[in-house]
Each structure stands twice: as structure tokens, then as C-alpha cells.
Design a protein around this ligand. Sequence first.
Ligand code: HEM
Length: 440
Amino acid sequence: MTPLLTRDFDVRAATYESLRAAHGPVAPIDLLGVPCWFVLGYAEVLEVLRNDTGVWSKRLEDWRGYTQGTVPADWPLLPAFRAGGVPFAEGREHSELRAAWSAALRPFQDRSQGAARRLEARVRRQADELISLLGERGAEGNADLVDEYARPLMLMAVDLLAGFGEVGDEVMRDIRSLLDGGPQTAEASARLLDLCGRVCADRRRAPEEDFPSRLIAAWPECTDEQAATAVMHLVSMLGELTTALICGTLLEVLYQETADTTTGMIRETVNRAAMVHPPYANLTFRFALADTVLGGTVIAAGDPVMLSVAAAHTDPSFAGAHDPSSVFSSRAHLAWGAGAHQCPGGPLATTLATIAVERLQERMAWLEPTLPPDRLPWRSSVLMRGLRSLPVRYGLRSPSPVPPSPERRSAPAESGGAGSGRMLRRLVRILRRDERRDER
Ligand code: HEM
């Protein structure tokens, strides 16, 4: 059985292609000491996602190794898998949870609603503040667009939507370790769950304009623990995956001559980035409910399969079907999943990424990468794929501070208003310090 995480794992394409060459669309792998099937074929990934035969389950109880106790208690991905909630539910429980999620997200991602417009205005404003922070160093300079732009921007969005009040140092580090599957993940996720639980208990008493309040309104019978689990998923998806999507889009803008970033086309570039650099690269397990055949391989009941969106996107049957030089990208990609578990937050993530890129385009006179694409550092995590840093040189169009927005004047106490500049400054400082430490 081939271990997935070799020293070459950061060069994902090579790992996937050698697995595909050796085994075809479904390969047996060793994932940090746990055997599983790694699905690389586009058709096979889509078949399992759609689950027309009902043979696939995401419930941990349907994993033979887990129920028989052969999964090591300290397996690094266990905390993420054990989190429960909508990604790990099936049947009626799943439909009920999905309904609550949809109702809670609708006000923030249906752009005809006031809450969505206010959120967008605040994120736009915070993007401008981050760009103005760069301007304080001079009209031209060097920056890291991960730690000085995309990540603090999405941490502020987490703060607004999850209703944290202020993202402190520890919260920020915990969010970063959530999807890493490293030794610190279990403790980080316990601390975050505790924080989310306190916010949910608070909102049950006094609702505000945030996701926990909307979730509790849509699902009043939920426990604080159930609501906290949902908020945790929002935090990791927004904090890490959406940061990765912004950076993937910036990669397209900076390195691909075909990327069209004229107004109205940025959404298309975001879609293309989701296809070329899918942030949720490898999905949490599904388990076969009965013996079945997938891509010519027999999968026994209770076996785990890991669907690789990243490998499916480089499968020649998918990658060969569209013209890489076209500005238009395919909508048939699987970056948001498909079927019953398809991502309910895709429109929100796309809107936030579009705002982030559009503000840079608007405020920068020029922007150029300082590293060749093959020297860019990627984070090593099994589930997600995102840049560790994206160094650039920039020239600002206008280094002057941004004038207060009408929204800020009318609602001085709201987040994204008065205190957000101070908080952004602090976030950037901490992120840069952590990045230097990671590099050592
Ligand atoms: C770029 C950002 C994002 C990417 C690439 C992404 C991708 C995905 C994918 C591929 C799935 C399917 C997982 C599976 O089938 O096993 C998924 C599920 C999910 N996503 Fe996202 N997502 C993103 C952002 C968000 C945001 C911002 C939210 C919430 C606001 C969110 C909430 C969820 C939830 C709750 C599920 C589980 C749905 C279910 O199991 O029914 N995602 N996401």
C-alpha cells in the first residue's frame, strides 16, 4: 500500500499521477497509518458524490475499522472526523441539518437581502483598510498577500459571521490548526468548540446579526453543542478554505496571462481558481454500506474511501475536455462537491473572494509576483491545499487613507467600523510573526 504523505506530497500532481499510473482511478493508500481507498478518477469521484445507489455513507459508525477499534486513538484526522454535524450526517438527520444551514446562511449570501449587503460592505471596507496599511510603508513595496491580506480579511469575516466579537491570538492559531491534522488539532478544536458554545448560548438569549443567531432561529430545538459544531464548521471553511480560494484566484491573476480581471469577469476567475487550485483538495471519508465495485475495484462493506477533488480535476477525461487558454472555465468542476453534501456556502465564498480580488485590482497601480510559480510554498495538509505565502511587489494607485464609508458613519458601534483598523493591524502583526516562526 502506498503512503499518501511522502516527502513529495507537496508536489501533489506528481503524487496523484504516479498513483493513477500504478492503480488507475481507485488506489489503495496508507493515510497516516490508516488504510483507505484514494479515488482519483473524475467519473468515480462524481459517482460517489452523487450516491445514486445509496451505497455511500459519511457516518463514522459505518466505518468498519472505527467500530472494530483498529483506528489509532491518536490518528491526526480523527478530531476533524469526530466533529459530527452536517458533513457527517445522513438521511433525515442530514436533511434537517441542511435545512437549518440553508436558512441561517441565506440572509448573508442572498445578495438581495440587507444582511448580505452589509456584510459585503464591511468586507470591502476591511479590504481597503488592509491595503491602506500597506500604503503606510510607502506607495511601493513588498508584501505577502497571504498573511497581510487574504488571511486577516477572512479572519475578520469569521469574526463578523461567527459573532466572536474579536479574534484573539489563540483563536487565530486554533483556526489555522483546525484543518492541518497535526498534533495540536485536537486541543485547538476543543478550545474553539468551547468558544463557539459560549457564543451560541449568548445568542440564544440575545440574538444579533450573525450566523449563530440565525441558526438558532431556524433550528430552535438544537442544543448549544449542536449549534457550536455548526459554527465551528463555518469558522474552518471561511477562515482557511476561503483564504485559500482568494490566494488561488490571486495566483491566476498574477501568473496567468489569460486571466481576465476586468469588472464582471473576476467571478469567472474565482471559478477558474476553484477548478485549478481546489482548496478542499481531498474530502473526509465516505464508507461503503455494502460490497460494491468502483472504477473496476471491489470495495468491501465498511471500507473508507477518500475522494480527491484535486486528482479528479487533473484526470485527463476532465482536464482534457476544456481549453486551458480560454478565459472561461468549466462549471462541471467538483471544488464545491456535488450531491446531497454539496457545499452550501459556495456563493458566499465566491462573493468574498471576488471582493478581495476586486479591491486589490482597484487600489493597485501594479502588482507583480517575486517568486517563480514552482518556488511558492504550500501548506502541507491532507484535506486542504493553500499557499503559505504569496510574496509580491506592489505599487499603490492612491496611498491615502480611505474615507469613512456611509455605513461606518451611520453605525459606528458595528464590527468593521471603528475598531476594525486596530484589530486588522494586530492580526497582520501576529500572522507575520507566526509565519517567520514556521519558516525556521
Ligand atoms: C472556498 C471555500 C470553500 C470550499 C472550497 C468548500 C468546499 C466544500 C466541499 C467540496 C464540500 C463537500 C464535502 C463533501 O462532500 O464531503 C463542502 C461542504 C460543506 N461546506 Fe464548503 N467550501 C467552502 C466554503 C464554505 C463556507 C464559506 C461555508 C459556510 C459558510 C461552507 C460550509 C460547508 C458545509 C456546512 C458543508 C457540509 C455540507 C453537507 O455535508 O451537507 N463552505 N464544502
